[in-house]
Design a protein around this ligand. Structure first.
Ligand SMILES: Cc1cc2nc3c(=O)[nH]c(=O)nc-3n(C[C@H](O)[C@H](O)[C@H](O)COP(=O)(O)OP(=O)(O)OC[C@H]3O[C@@H](n4cnc5c(N)ncnc54)[C@H](O)[C@@H]3O)c2cc1C
Ligand code: FES
Length: 376
């Protein structure tokens, strides 16, 4: 018997011993949206496009650039970006790139079919269009990182915004750019939109419009200064990290002009030499060992910078629930209570306790000298 790709039953996993009624009530009140697969397309061997009709009893809306957390058959949520600017005939669209051996993107997508139920939470995320007079927009994406880009472009070009926009879309082979014909037609229709396909495999062919190399390196070849640009990067976390660093350090991009929707963990820059740090330092205790870290950003960033192994599959986007830490009892009441999506994720964490928190949701500040946690 084929397994459905997701269960439609209201899903609840018992929370471990002590994250008690507060968690359960809050999690229960957060809605699980339900839908039914209405179309399955496989434009190329590694990509499945699902159209999912939202059930009328769980209405749903979102902004372009946002993603949802889809409930898989294994009881775990996986994040997928919404690929259209709006619901189309009551349907959402997801572009799912195969990760070999992946529970959802590979196993479930092999057998996905019209009529399958799908459940999700969301929308989540703050990846969005930022307009700024006199700035151009550069979109850089790889593979199905195209999904949120398509939603944003659809909304922006549809609103006749005249900002010059260039999309660099990278893949290994031409079929990875599975909507290139659509992008080429948008480039013909909109004078302010340019599409640059980039392939990392194969040789450059003279006269071809297809560029060769890594997608962010092609942007660097084309543009000497990104001082006047807003950059939107989506897809491979490796590409997003490399692009961010190269654009800021070598092309003068302003840090606040880089917007990203990485599909996973991005690299955290190593801590600058202590003598050159401008921010205050605090001492934190991680499982009995003390570390000096900058009193800024999130605990997850501080742990990564200190070289402490901790999982963070979604890169700190409050989407995966893998960055769980246990906060020492004396500090529990001194940091803000978990709420919203953090509570949801903790509710699905096996053996969560009332000390469990997501490291990406704890912000460090100078009052937290001596803060003590244990990485699970
Ligand atoms: C905010 C956000 C938005 C996302 N949007 C999309 C989207 O629109 N389209 C899309 O195709 N994917 C998207 N992803 C990635 C997606 O959530 C899953 O990580 C991916 O589909 C793999 O899930 P799986 O169940 O098949 O793999 P799993 O069974 O969870 O993992 C299988 C193996 O692959 C590794 N792995 C997991 N994820 C990745 C990855 N992304 N790249 C490489 N290796 C991985 C795991 O470490 C494991 O070893 C998004 C991720 C985030 C955080
Ligand atoms: S890193 Fe994913 S929720 Fe914290």
């Amino acid at each position: 018997m084929q397994r459905p790709i997701s269960t439609n039953a209201a899903f609840w996993m018992p929370v471990g011993n002590a994250r008690d009624a507060m968690v359960q009530n809050d999690a229960a009140s957060r809605r699980l949206i339900r839908g039914t697969v209405s179309r399955v397309d496989r434009p190329t061997s590694g990509v499945t496009i699902l159209s999912v009709r939202v059930d009328s009893d769980t209405p749903f809306s979102y902004a372009p650039g946002q993603y949802i957390n889809v409930l898989g058959n294994d009881g775990r949520f996986k994040s997928y970006s919404l690929a259209r600017a709006d619901l189309l005939d009551g349907c959402i669209e997801l572009h799912i790139g195969r990760v070999a051996g992946g529970v959802f993107s590979d196993e479930a997508m092999r057998t996905a079919k019209v009529g399958d139920p799908l459940s999700w939470r969301g929308p989540h995320g703050e990846f969005a269009w930022h307009s700024a007079a006199g700035k151009r927009a550069i979109f850089v994406c790889t593979g199905t990182g195209f999904a949120p880009v398509r939603a944003l472009l659809e909304r922006t070009l549809g609103a006749a915004i005249d900002t010059p926009i260039t999309l660099y879309w990278g893949g290994r082979k031409l079929s990875d750019l599975y909507f290139r014909a659509l992008m080429q037609s948008w480039a013909r229709e909109h004078a302010n939109f340019r599409f640059v396909p980039v392939l990392s495999d194969g040789m450059a062919i003279e006269g071809s419009s297809i560029r060769r190399g890594h997608v962010h390196e092609v942007v660097m070849e084309d543009i000497q200064s990104l001082n006047d640009a807003m950059v939107y990067a989506c897809g491979s976390p490796k590409m997003v990290s490399a692009a961010r660093r190269a654009f800021i350090e070598q092309r003068g991009l302003l840090e606040q002009a880089f917007f990203a929707d990485p599909f996973g963990e991005i690299e955290f820059a190593p801590a600058p030499d202590a003598a050159h740090r401008e921010c205050a330092q605090v001492q934190i205790d991680v499982g009995g060992t003390e570390y000096m870290v900058g009193a800024e950003g999130t605990l997850l960033q501080a742990l990564k910078r200190a070289g402490i192994p901790i999982q963070s599959v979604c890169g700190g986007q409050r989407a995966c629930g893998t960055c769980v830490v246990e906060v020492a009892a004396e500090w529990r009441d001194q940091i803000a209570e978990p709420k919203g999506e953090e509570l949801d994720l903790l509710a699905f964490t096996p053996d969560a306790t009332c000390s469990s928190r997501l490291a990406c949701q704890i912000r460090l500040d100078r009052t937290m000298n001596g803060f003590a946690v244990r990485v699970r």
